[in-house]
Design a protein around this ligand. Structure first.
Ligand code: GTP
Ligand code: MG
Length: 338
């Protein structure tokens, strides 16, 4: 059964990118395309994001048929240059990576640490104790993503999935004003989804592709990604089911980042750990190995008097290093000098 909250202003807008319509999969019979649409797959990107096992279970067709549909879909996106071609010269990848989109954090120091900002087609995970600036970073990035490319933005909107009830439009208003931007316009380009349970979070995620396409979203935020799972799945007996659900969640998020070519910023909680590596860090990120292996970039935040320290702890292309930033009226900004 497909749930569609028609009362939402955003659901009245159909995806406007006809270039990903299922009708373009010319090797599929019309009745299969009809079945896929009836099962809630509205675009070729949806098929690639959900994958063959989800297609099979939702449509009620064999796994072989689903794999065929999936292969047709991914080949189509490869043809458009959205997904990488199956065999690509490394030199081509290198050239493409030089032009990859990035969203400014609001602080030059922090951007430099990340090689220019929060990268598209990837997951950037930020974790740290309470009050270290995770939510402030999310708010700031919602504003900066809307800037011109030359100013650290991607000229796109933000989708903010709020699981902790800490999204504050008045903070967006203040950050915009402090940066001489029109707060009304900035707020108009942020879509907020409040998630009340892990299942609700998964439902929101399954409907996010439509919003990303129709609202030209370039940054998707989860603040936080894991807290609802931690509060619902208590004790060792539920650990394996929690990890399975988180695994599916984070891999779906990664496929969304890549097929929609957007930046994903997710925050994570910490748990105490007496043996977690470098000096001064007695915390490690929650979520266990699943998060550790799935995030492209992991950033640890901690307090340093009036400033904050961001440390890049896992990255395929950065050494472990750290930098200072601060939280001010304009959101995340460069450090306050003593
Ligand atoms: P948890 O969600 O509780 O784990 O914390 P967090 O890491 O998300 O913390 P958050 O981003 O909410 O940061 C809170 C810090 O930002 C506090 O130290 C606040 O004082 C500071 N802060 C929030 N709003 C403002 C503001 O308008 N101006 C300034 N200067 N600081 C602010
Ligand atoms: Mg927070």
């Amino acid at each position: 059964m497909n749930f569609s909250p028609d009362s939402s202003p955003f659901f009245n807008t159909k995806p406007n990118k006809d270039s990903f319509s299922l009708d373009l999969l010319s090797n599929l019979p019309d009745d299969v395309i009809k079945l896929l649409k009836e099962s809630g797959f509205l675009s070729i990107k949806d098929l690639v994001i959900e994958g063959p096992y989800e297609i099979s279970s939702r449509v009620g067709i064999s796994i072989d048929d689903s794999i065929f549909i999936y292969n047709q879909s991914i080949t189509f996106l490869e043809g458009l240059g959205i997904m990488e071609k199956r065999f690509t010269p490394a030199a081509t990848l290198y050239h493409k990576r030089k032009k990859i989109g990035r969203v400014s954090t609001g602080s030059k120091n922090f951007d430099k640490l990340l090689g220019g900002g929060i990268e598209t087609n990837a997951i950037t995970e930020v974790y740290g104790e309470f009050g270290t600036g995770k939510t402030q970073l999310c708010h700031t990035a919602c504003v900066t993503v809307q800037l011109e490319h030359s100013e650290g933005g991607l000229k796109g909107g933000a989708l903010y999935i709020d699981t902790e009830n800490t999204f504050r439009p008045e903070r967006i208003d203040a950050i915009s004003r402090a940066r001489n931007l029109n707060p009304t316009k900035i707020l108009d380009n942020i879509v907020v989804a409040k998630a009340y349970s892990s299942s609700h979070q998964e439902l929101i995620l399954s409907e996010s592709s439509r919003i990303i396409e129709s609202q030209d979203i370039k940054l998707m935020i989860f603040d936080s990604a894991i807290s609802l799972y931690r509060s619902e799945f208590l004790g060792l007996s539920t650990l394996s089911i929690r990890q399975q659900r988180l695994n599916k969640l984070v891999h779906t998020i990664m496929r969304m980042a890549q097929t929609h070519q957007i930046a994903v910023l997710l925050t994570n909680q910490v748990q105490s750990s007496p043996d977690s590596g470098f000096a001064g860090n007695t915390f490690k990120a929650a979520g266990g190995n699943i998060f550790a292996h799935s995030s492209t970039y992991r950033i640890f935040l901690r307090k340093a008097d009036r400033n904050r320290i961001a440390r890049i702890v896992d990255s395929p292309n950065h050494p472990e290093s750290e930098t200072l930033f601060s939280i001010s009226e304009s959101g995340i900004s460069d450090p306050i000098k003593k």
